[in-house]
Design a protein around this ligand. Structure first.
Ligand SMILES: Nc1ncnc2c1ncn2[C@@H]1O[C@H](COP(=O)(O)OP(=O)(O)O)[C@@H](O)[C@H]1O
Ligand SMILES: [Mg+2]
Length: 143
């Protein structure tokens, strides 16, 4: 797959930066001429991943978040969101629909949304070291 364009960003885990990340990835993905729905799905997936860094990875402090976006010939978007926060003890459990450690105000549907909206989701994590979420979406073929 030939890479057409890419971006790398680093930002503190402040909630304002969820919109920043979403806008940056949307501008990159827009270069592949996605449908409105596809672009909406990508933006939602980025928001979920970045929100997890803000809320879960660094619960009591502001930490760094690294975002990478890549677009490929043929219409594939790849997004990586990385933190050096608390990590996830059991990734399989964390990925289950409705599993949350966040209490009442969290739905536990973030990973489920990322996977279903993007098509492909990988989560690597180590307790005390951080988490890497990689998502890939293949856009529908356009004329
Ligand atoms: N970046 C992260 N760092 C640490 N824990 C995380 C991270 N992302 C997700 N988690 C854990 O996985 C759980 C499930 O995440 P998610 O599906 O997004 O649901 P929610 O955010 O609503 O809890 C979270 O409750 C949290 O325990
Ligand atoms: Mg979440």
């Amino acid at each position: 797959m030939k890479e057409l364009n890419s971006l790398k960003m680093e930002f503190p885990s402040r909630s304002a930066n969820e919109a920043l990340a979403r806008a940056a990835i949307a501008s990159l993905a827009a270069q592949l001429d996605p449908t409105i729905d596809e672009l909406g799905d990508i933006k939602t997936a980025v928001s979920e991943a970045v929100t997890n860094c803000i809320v879960h990875a660094y619960p009591d402090c502001i930490g760094k978040v690294w975002l990478r976006g890549r677009i490929f010939e043929g219409g594939t978007v790849e997004i990586t969101v990385r933190d050096r926060g608390v990590g996830i003890p059991d990734v399989e459990e964390a990925r289950r629909p409705a599993f949350t450690t966040g209490g009442e105000e969290r739905s536990g549907m973030g990973f489920t949304i990322m996977e279903s909206f993007m098509g492909e989701l990988k989560v690597r994590s180590a307790v005390g070291r951080g988490t890497v979420v990689t998502m890939r979406k293949r856009l529908s073929a356009r004329l």
